[in-house]
Design a protein around this ligand. Sequence first.
Ligand SMILES: [Zn+2]
Length: 135
Amino acid sequence: MTTRETGPQIVALGRCIEEGTPLGPFEGTVFSGFTAASGSGRIHAVADCPRLGKASSVRAVDFSLDASSLGRLCANWCCRWPLPDGGRWPVFLDALDAVSRLRLDEEEVREQLPDEAEIDEAVCAVAGRVSAGRG
Ligand SMILES: [Zn+2]
């Protein structure tokens, strides 16, 4: 449960928004972060993230949120970004949360579906029939 206190909501974006999630109107939102001095690798919200610890030096970067930067966000819990004002972010994140819960349900369902070997077998059977048919 999040408490609604004054000040910006701070969110571990790298955890809340899965890579490949369509960002819609939030694409292009500018955040500040930190990367290794090379500028490659993960983008962190805090300069003292343990996962950044191995980098010899750290540099501050501004980045706009899009498919490529999303894939680089650090997923460590300590890397949390303050959300911009505007009110719609909480709705977006709530929706993602709901979707990820749906996905969990799907995973439970998937357990009852045939496993890969069974699917392969079925595919081979169908393919065999098709090529036999073309003969
Ligand atoms: Zn980090």
